[in-house]
Design a protein around this ligand. Structure first.
Ligand code: PEP
Length: 253
């Protein structure tokens, strides 16, 4: 059975004090609301990883994640953070290839393939993001673009490696815009991704991969999105910054 996952991407938001308060509110509410069938991941800014990890303690449902990792192992890369560093503070998840990294930091498919390799080699779980910009959705080539993104950054992996990857489909036109993909649009693309994985790795591997939807997920659309057979949870940006809203999304799964 595939894992159900709801990951919050806090991006570059919150002070330490605010981050601790948000975590504590989420911990309080998730303890009551979730029955162990879902994993919650809080992808917090780098300076807070250790504090939030310690705050979560042995929580069996909520985990901490990083939002990026360097493609390099160590050395003269000022401002960068390696997988070994992330691993050394006990953080199990790393978002790789978020559209904001692709757009503002020029991260391309080849670089992302290297980052995925590093994360897997470190024994951590990459949450690999893919998704098309608006003009590609409008010209109708969205399925081939997303297949290409998956192919170029993941298809070099062995089946055993691929099984450790979580994929997040995030149409760029839906991120932070309030414009969510319809549940049918999400389901259609998730099915395309799963079929594409099956064409290379076979149905058993493909059926084991969790594919999350991201793009303006909110408490009022989460249930409908998560009810789709190929949608295994969500990667949530803006709505993950409000405890009640985020926990409602977790409950929707
Ligand atoms: C994201 O940043 O991954 C995201 C999906 O953002 P939002 O939920 O705000 O659209």
């Amino acid at each position: 059975m595939r894992h159900k996952i709801v990951a919050g991407n806090w991006k570059m938001n919150k002070t330490l004090e605010e981050a601790q308060a948000l975590t504590s509110e989420i911990m309080g509410m998730v303890a009551d609301e979730v029955n162990g069938s879902v994993k919650v991941v809080l992808c917090v800014p780098f300076p807070y990883l250790v504090t939030i990890k310690n705050q979560l303690g042995a929580n069996a449902t909520i985990f901490v994640g990083a939002q990026n990792a360097s493609e390099h192992d160590s050395g003269a890369y000022t401002g960068e953070t390696s997988v070994a560093m992330i691993k050394s503070v006990g953080v199990p998840y790393v978002i790789i290839g978020h559209s904001e990294r692709r757009q503002y930091f020029g991260e391309d498919a080849k670089l992302l393939a290297t980052k995925v390799n590093k994360v897997l080699a470190g024994g951590l779980t990459p949450i690999f993001c893919c998704g098309e910009p608006l003009e590609i959705r409008e010209n109708g080539t969205h399925e081939s673009l997303v297949k290409q993104q998956v192919e170029e950054s993941l298809f070099h992996l062995s089946a055993n490696e691929l099984k450790k990857v979580v994929i997040a489909y995030e149409p760029v036109w839906a991120i932070g815009t309030g414009k969510t993909a319809s549940s049918q649009q999400a389901e259609d693309m998730h099915a395309v991704i799963r079929k594409h994985l099956a064409s290379k790795y076979g149905a058993e591997v493909s059926e084991s991969i969790s594919i999350l939807y991201g793009g303006s997920v909110k408490s009022d659309n989460a249930k409908e999105l998560f009810s789709q057979p190929n949608v295994d949870g969500g990667l949530v940006g803006g709505a993950s910054l409000k405890s009640r809203e985020f926990v409602e999304i977790v409950k929707a799964i």
